[in-house]
Design a protein around this ligand. Sequence first.
Ligand code: TXA
Ligand code: MG
Length: 319
Amino acid sequence: MNNIIGRDIEKAAALLKEGRVVAIPTETVYGLAADALNEKAVKRIFEVKDRPAVNPLIVHLANADLIPNYASDIPDVAGRLIDAFCPGPLTIVLSKKAVVPGMVTANRDTVALRIPAHPVTRQLLKMTGLPLAAPSANPSGYISPTSAEHVFRNMGHKIDYILDGGVCNAGIESTIVGFENDLPVIYRQGVITADDIRLVAGEVLQYAGDKMLAPGMSATHYSPRTPMILADNIDDEIEHHRKRYLGVITYNEYVASVPQSQQILLSENDELGEAAKKLYAAMHMMDTRGYEVIIARRFPDTGIGLALNDRLQRAAIKL
Ligand code: TXA
Ligand code: MG
């Protein structure tokens, strides 16, 4: 039953070269990959995910030297960010070259590029010699997968192979940065924070334009099927829902009013990086337990906590 999950990089490479779609591990989340230069293969990604054609894909490359093959007019500051953070959980949006099919970029004149750090996928990229288009390997709108099992449970019936690289280390999707007048603009927050980027670039802006135009930034996203509430005040929220069967996702301490068996504690030692690594797995787990409501506690609004709150905000029902 589970034989579509495996660790065979050569098999994954062969399937990708044939134009098939394969789930791959990255340090952020699992991706649903295909040859970015093969439009038929790319089309299949959109079908498997049920993803709107207007939502462009990230192209993954084996190393930063390949970037000029796919992008032009690369600002100096982009070069500095690439030197500082690639390979790693950073995606940069640059002017695209004609070789990148319009289907990948939803006909935009820009392309999103990323050099993933996961050793398995780095080896896969080298072995195929291909640029790999890969969105997160979840059905459109659902929680991103941070393990091969998550991919299997939610789209295992639709794909040929899931390349298992273990649990993703960073745990949330890459930070996406574009450039306006040669200044970096954060389109999507991630474990590389605005402060990290500012240290390298001097200045950084937060995208404040049309949320639909912003990269993948529709207001609702990443949601479990069980309604999830983002709690500013966890005790009030629990009291309000006390008659319902509740699951609680909490950051660094259990809440007293709910049995611990109904809670997932993300980081006993108060480490936001650890919480990032575990957050989506907690949401996946909570979604299998039959709760009426999931209550997630807001993270501190500092460092990676900002990206985590951004994801919870999108995942939560809008009250
Ligand atoms: O960590 C990640 O980035 C993961 C792993 C698999 O690499 N990928 C990922 O892909 O999160 P996806 O498709 O779930 O999110 C990519 C986002 C989308 O929201 C899309 O709108 C945005 O990147 N994007 C892609 N190309 C873009 C472009 N040319 N301009 C602006 N946004 C773009
Ligand atoms: Mg996604």
